[in-house]
Design a protein around this ligand. Structure first.
Ligand SMILES: [Zn+2]
Length: 81
């Protein structure tokens, strides 16, 4: 009898943890959005990764540049000619 009661308590505990985990995953859509955003290496503003230009240095260093910063750099290069 005690084994049955402990098994039922164990199953209820597992169900409670599952429901809690699902609620935690649904609660943070902002974190999900942050997964797809990165900061520009120059201006430090956050952008969607699709709007940034990615450059790799070596095997692991990833640099993201926004359009505005690239245009500013382009203008600086144009002024130096
Ligand atoms: Zn930038």
């Amino acid at each position: 009898m005690t084994v049955t009661i402990s098994a039922i308590v164990f199953l209820i505990g597992i169900l409670a943890l599952t429901v809690l985990g699902v609620r935690l995953l649904r609660k943070n859509p902002q974190e999900a959005a942050q997964m797809y955003s990165e900061k520009c290496i120059l201006c430090k503003h956050s952008f969607n990764k699709n709007d940034l230009i990615l450059r790799e240095i070596g095997d692991y260093k990833l640099l993201y540049f926004c359009r505005s910063c690239i245009l500013k750099l382009y203008a600086d290069v144009g002024l130096k000619k």
